[in-house]
Every structure is written in C-alpha cells, then in structure tokens.
Write a new protein. Structure first.
Length: 419
C-alpha cells in the first residue's frame, strides 16, 4: 500500500495512493474463512463479505495516511471525503480529503461586544387573561353530546381507525376511541376534512397521501386508506375560573386566581421573549460571531453539510424534478453550489459555538435532546417516537444537540445585555 499526504492548507489534507487488488483479495479470503466458522444463522453472503473487505481496506488506507501525515487522530473532524476512486489494472487508486480541527482563539472574546441590547417584555393583563381563558377551556372535561348530530368542523370526534397501505395494515396506523378535533390540521392533510358529515356508528374509508417530508421514510409520499368508525361527538363545558380551580391546577391549597395569573404572566413573557430572540436577537448574535472570527474551514465537513442541505431541499421535489437532477449533472452541480456559502457559514458557526460553549462549560445531554424532540413532535402533531427514530436513523442527533447548545450559549450571552 503506497500512500502520500499533501497538505492543502493549515487544516486540510489530501491522502492519495493505491491499494493492490491482491490486498483486497486476501482480506476477502480471510473474512470468508471467518464466516465459515460462524453459526449458520450468522453467516454472511459473499456480497456482504466483499463489502466488508472493501470497507476494512479503505479504513486501513485512511489509517496509513493519518500515520504518514503524522496527524492527530483525536483532532480529525468529520468523515473522510472520497474525492477520487479509480479502478486500475492491478490496483485501486484513492484520493481522500481529511481535516483537523482549526485553531479558534476564544480566550479574548468579550460577550459585551457580541450581545445585542434588549428590554425584557412584560405580559399585558389582556394577554394573561386570554392565555388563562384558553387554558381553562383546554382543562374542561369532554362529555358526550346529549343529542347526536353529524360531524362539523370544530367538533371533537371519538373514532376508531385502521390504516392500510397496499391493503396491508402498517405499524402505528391504528387506534381505538381516539379523540380528534376536526379542523385542527394535526392529522395527515385531507384526513379531517373527510370526517365532516359522518353520523354516529358510521364506518367510512378515508383516502389520504402522506406528505413527502413525513418523518417516517417508509410512509412519506405514499397513499393510505384509513377505515374510520365514529363513536360519538364530545363537547367541553366551560370551567369556572376561581380559587378552587387555581388550587386544583397548581396542586396548592393556598393558591388563588392571582397566583395562577402570575404564572401565566411568566409564560406569556417567556413566549414573547422567545419570539424576540428568534426574530431579532439570535440573527444579530450569529452575525456578530461570524464577523468576529476568521479561520480555515474543514473541506470534508463542508461538503457533508452541502449534502445535507441538498437532501433537505430535494425532499420537496416532485418525481419529475428528482429525475431532472439525476439526469442533468450540471444542474445538480448548480444546486450544490447554490447552498455552498450557507453550508460554510453553518459549519463556521458550529465550530465557534463549540469552542465558546467549551470555554463557558456549557453542555447538552442526550436526554435534553430527546426531550426537545418530544416537545417539537407534540407541537407539530407528530409521533414523538417516530420523530426520534427519524433523527437517529438519519444521523441528525448531533445536529439537534448542536442546536440546543447554540441556544444555551446565546441565552448565556444575552444575559450580559438585558435591560
């Protein structure tokens, strides 16, 4: 195995060289020998063995390049980027790009220079009253309508449903005595509209198509049939907002309506502050941080981020658009280039945030990420477990963790300029 390492700049390197076919053949033979000794139910196919052999040889090539270039393994960023793969007469030629962490000096960063000034909002009495009334309505118990009637928009219907794709039930597509508010748009688009007019005891087929960007890849874009049965329609009767209601909600025998209003005032204030943060403060902090630092970016990590942004854009493509980009290589290249600067800024910000968070002792644990995804799923009407699985299967947990770390750091920075 012949390997050479070229230093592109202060953090990026190209590892190039050839691996003899005989090396791969020896690796395949060794893996086949090991497979023969494995239990019958654990034996690998020849195709899997060849893939594993190729993967091991490629990793050996990378390791040889790291050793040749005297690179610090602990300092290497992201996955190696394959730039060239060429099958030659008796060998395979590789060119691979790797990068080490850039030096980012955060020791002298003064948050006073980064944090925009802002005034903490104060919830108005009208907003608190509205929030309390909304909450009280949500807490009102559901009771069956005394007089049956057909479903109308705004009704809360109690239904059974079973979902089918290609006439086969699918996992997570069934429920009994399920409460759904018709018109809430929390179910699959088109589902709730088809419930309008159903009578008590009626059974109906509801045909819908899952969105192309649905969190479960095995359902995204597919047509489904739901067999739906209506049991009843329920209503919520008004709740009296008094001290007894406050004591029940807060589980505090000394609570009063004013105690409850104070808590909702804090909630309204937090929501208003969150809106100010997302609309105004966060963009200003991002702009200030990006302008404050200048360092070389890891090319392989930028390319990976470009891939992610292209995938995100293509999720909304029609079949015709997908086909067009597959067939027209130049058009696909233009798509990648259109997101390159955005990807560069994303990676630059992520590296800055990581360095500053380390300096400030800010960390995010896995359970915090899972909790945040659960909240996101609840707010968007998705299945929390399905959303978590989507993030895990698509290697998005690290990005989610970085997003939470960023918000924690920015909250810390904003503490320096609160008026």
């Amino acid at each position: 195995m012949k390997v050479t390492v070229e230093k592109v700049d202060d953090i990026n390197y190209i590892i190039s060289g050839s691996v003899q076919n005989s090396v791969i053949e020896e690796k395949v033979a060794k893996l086949k020998e090991e497979a023969e000794k494995a239990p019958k139910d654990e034996k690998s196919t020849d195709e899997n063995i060849e893939q594993n052999a190729a993967g091991q040889v490629f990793q050996d090539f990378i390791n040889a390049g790291i050793k040749e270039g005297n690179l610090d393994v602990e300092n290497i960023l992201g996955q190696p980027g394959l730039k060239k793969y060429e099958q030659q007469e008796d060998s395979i030629y590789f060119e691979v790009e790797v990068a080490v962490s850039p030096e980012i000096n955060v020791d002298d960063i003064d948050f006073d220079e980064i944090a925009p000034s802002y005034t903490k909002p104060t919830a108005s009495p009208e907003a608190v009253e509205a929030k309390l009334a909304e909450f009280a309505q949500q807490q009102a118990p559901f009771t069956k309508l005394e007089t049956p009637k057909p479903i109308e928009v705004g009704d809360v219907a109690v239904i059974d449903f079973t979902g089918y794709i290609d006439d086969k039930p699918f996992e997570g597509g069934s429920a009994e005595k399920f409460n759904i508010k018709v018109g809430s748009n929390k179910f699959i688009p088109g589902f709730e509209e088809q419930l309008v007019g159903m009578e008590y005891g009626e059974e109906k087929d509801v045909i819908v198509t899952f969105p192309k960007d649905y969190s479960a890849d095995d359902l995204a874009g597919k047509e489904a049939k739901f067999v739906v049965k209506l049991h009843e329609i329920q209503e919520q009767k008004p709740v009296t907002i008094d001290d007894a209601f406050a004591q029940k909600v807060l589980n505090n025998n000394t609570a009063t309506v004013e105690t409850l209003k104070k808590q909702f005032g804090e909630q309204v204030t937090a929501e208003e502050l969150s809106q100010i943060y997302m609309r105004d403060l966060k963009p200003k902090i991002v702009e200030a941080l990006l302008a404050k630092f200048d360092f070389t970016l890891p090319n392989n990590v930028v390319e990976t981020e470009i891939d992610a942004k292209v995938r995100e854009k293509s999720r909304g493509f029609t079949e015709e658009q997908h086909k067009e980009y597959v067939e027209d290589k130049e058009k696909f290249k233009e798509l990648r280039e259109s997101v390159r600067e955005e990807a560069r800024q994303s990676i630059k910000l992520a590296l800055i945030v990581e360095a500053l968070a380390k300096r400030e002792g800010i960390d995010v644990h896995e359970q915090e990420v899972i909790a945040a995804l659960g909240y996101q799923a609840t707010m968007t009407g998705q299945d929390p477990q399905a959303l978590l699985k989507y993030y895990q299967d698509n290697n998005l947990m690290t990005a989610a963790k970085m997003g939470l770390t960023e918000d924690k750091l920015f909250g810390h920075i904003l503490g320096f300029h609160k008026a």
